[in-house]
Design a protein around this ligand. Sequence first.
Ligand SMILES: NC(=O)c1ccc[n+]([C@@H]2O[C@H](COP(=O)([O-])OP(=O)(O)OC[C@H]3O[C@@H](n4cnc5c(N)ncnc54)[C@H](O)[C@@H]3O)[C@@H](O)[C@H]2O)c1
Length: 433
Amino acid sequence: MMAESKPGGGIPRRDFLKTTATVTAATMAGGLLSSGVWAQGDDKIRIALIGCGGRGCGAAANAAASAENVELYAMADLFQDHMDDKLPKMQEALGEQFNVTPERCFVGFDAYQRALATDANYVILATPPGFRPQHLRAAVEAGKHVFMEKPVAVCPTGVRHVIESGEMATAKSLGIMAGTQYRHHPCFLDLVKRVHDGQIGRITAAQSYYNTGTLWKHGRQESWTDLEWQIRNWLYFTWLAGDHIVEQAIHHIDTTNWFLNAWPVECVATGGRQLRTDPAYGHIYDHFSVDYLYPDGVKVTHMCRQMDNCENRLGEIIIGTDGVCDGMGGTITGKNAYTSPEKPGFQGIGVAYVREHGDLIDSIRAGRPLNEAREVALTCLTGIMARMAAYTGKKVTWEFALNESKLNLMKDITAFGDMPVDEVAAPGRTPLV
Ligand SMILES: NC(=O)c1ccc[n+]([C@@H]2O[C@H](COP(=O)([O-])OP(=O)(O)OC[C@H]3O[C@@H](n4cnc5c(N)ncnc54)[C@H](O)[C@@H]3O)[C@@H](O)[C@H]2O)c1
């Protein structure tokens, strides 16, 4: 499996062992261990990991490194071979923090339900995002605190579902944290505060990028049904991943929303499938370009690309009347020129991956659980509306995407079988629904 390319040098996305080593060092260096006030007694965080892939296992290791009295308690995955691969690796990586017994290892479409029926009190949702809304709802109904990887929905109906689950969680005093890790990244926290304090004046425009290389793909095996092939190659199917503008580029779409403290009003977008034309790559696009309009006439452009041997660029540039903030670069130029002392971009990301769990666990132990469900759902909608605009060739308004769109890509699947592949979207022909 090929790791996601990370320009600037970062943590290979699907290599959880390396991630563990990096974040453990980062944690020690940054003194991020929880205060330990609640470290004794019955406040143990018992994690149920649902989706034992690269990031799920990485997130479990990050959570274990983020606070005291945390253990991995249950594991659930759709595929036995994935479980067999990851189980011993997690045991080795976590040592005494590994407390998964054979009775708390679950495989199959109902594995998540069986993991939720255990005594785990903290659930990590890290399956392909197409399953996220249903899994989140089940976790909240089961009374668990949730850490859920981004994206959290791939269609407007899923976004609304997640927002509703977030409200249910609030009513039950449950915490929900999302894997949009830059919101816990010391350098970003420093810069966003400065921008919100007016250091670059009034924001007039922004640019964001997620131009990167291609990702992994698994060749089809004869024994696989259509559905198994799609789920094992989930990146390439919009109902499972949301397309790469939602699955990957969402990080810098999210940071831009955060810097601007706003959601877009409308967008137009283009995109296509220029190089990745083989049906082995499902039906997603390989590039997008978006013009967003934000409140007060603020213009935001975004582009993303998954192509090899091209210039990679990830990040966001926020333009104000008095200066420019480069989020990934960690700098402000202009009237109040500033270089953050915190490690910028990928250099600081290991800390962020741990801190997102530490922040949630601290809030749970303090009795004031954080809940990011609405925020991250709306960030996902920001990517989804651009994908809808690119697929259809139509302008998409926030009002339409949030409140009127009937697009529902969620599927209630209980067994492997046939699953037709959606046609590649064709602007001007694919309807906006
Ligand atoms: N925050 C980040 O930087 C970051 C980085 C990588 C991935 N992610 C996100 O994490 C999620 C997982 O990505 P990954 O790279 O670990 O993918 P992966 O393919 O390595 O792992 C997904 C796992 O989920 C399992 N799975 C699939 N359907 C399931 C189901 N219905 N029930 C239970 N298990 C199921 C798969 O068998 C697999 O083991 C995605 O949403 C992805 O976008 C976030």
